[in-house]
Design a protein around this ligand. Structure first.
Ligand code: GLN
Length: 193
């Protein structure tokens, strides 16, 4: 299995390390040629505006959109979740998205005073996927919030009464950074979908 990690900006190296530790070959994606032969994709956290502009400059928007049309496992974390969402609130007008998951996300929704926080999440879906249950320690960094979830989108976890991890088909979105802790269950959950 070969998974591409979009490596234009942000927290891509830690995702690659988690996947490699699970025996997955990873490819850092910077050009359209890097997309050849991928079985899955990770859009990491970072700054969604910067990633969107860098992807356009690299000619990656169209080829990425085509790859996302195939039924591959896709993980979007934080800024990556924004890029995959149908609707982005408080985004920049020139910010582009793939719109693959029917959710509305609000950028930087948790406000300045709590730019970053950590919380233990209950993720009931892990048990159904054969993963250990028990809390998942989640790191939120200038995180977006999921304010609307469309039909067919499964809520995997919530914080403060709002979804912070969702799944739709083989795509998993988290508004936090699952690659920053030693707990690899979201990556394993993705591979099992
Ligand atoms: N605030 C960032 C954005 O709007 C996301 C932060 C992150 O990915 N950690 O793109």
């Amino acid at each position: 299995m070969r998974i591409g990690v979009l490596a234009l900006q942000g927290a891509f190296a830690a995702h690659a390390a988690v996947l490699e530790s699970l025996g997955v070959l990873t490819v850092e994606v910077r050009t359209p040629a890097d997309l050849a032969g991928l079985d899955g994709l990770v859009l990491p956290g970072g700054e969604s505006t910067a990633v969107s502009m860098a992807a356009e400059r690299a000619g990656l928007m169209e080829p990425l959109a085509e790859l996302l049309d195939a039924d591959l496992p896709v993980l979007g974390t934080c800024a990556g979740a924004i890029l995959l969402a149908r609707e982005c609130l408080d985004g920049r007008s020139d910010q582009r998205q793939f719109g693959r998951v029917d959710v509305s996300v609000r950028r930087n929704a948790y406000g300045r005073q709590v730019d970053s926080f950590e919380v233990d999440l209950n993720v009931p879906a892990f048990a159904g996927a054969g993963l250990a249950d028990g809390p998942f320690h989640a790191v939120f960094i200038r995180a977006p919030a999921i304010e609307r979830v469309g039909d067919g989108v499964e809520v995997l976890a919530e914080v403060d009464g709002r979804p912070c991890a969702v799944a739709s088909g083989r795509t998993v979105l988290t508004t936090f950074h699952p690659e920053l802790t030693a707990d690899d269950r979201f990556h394993r959950y993705l591979l099992a979908r």
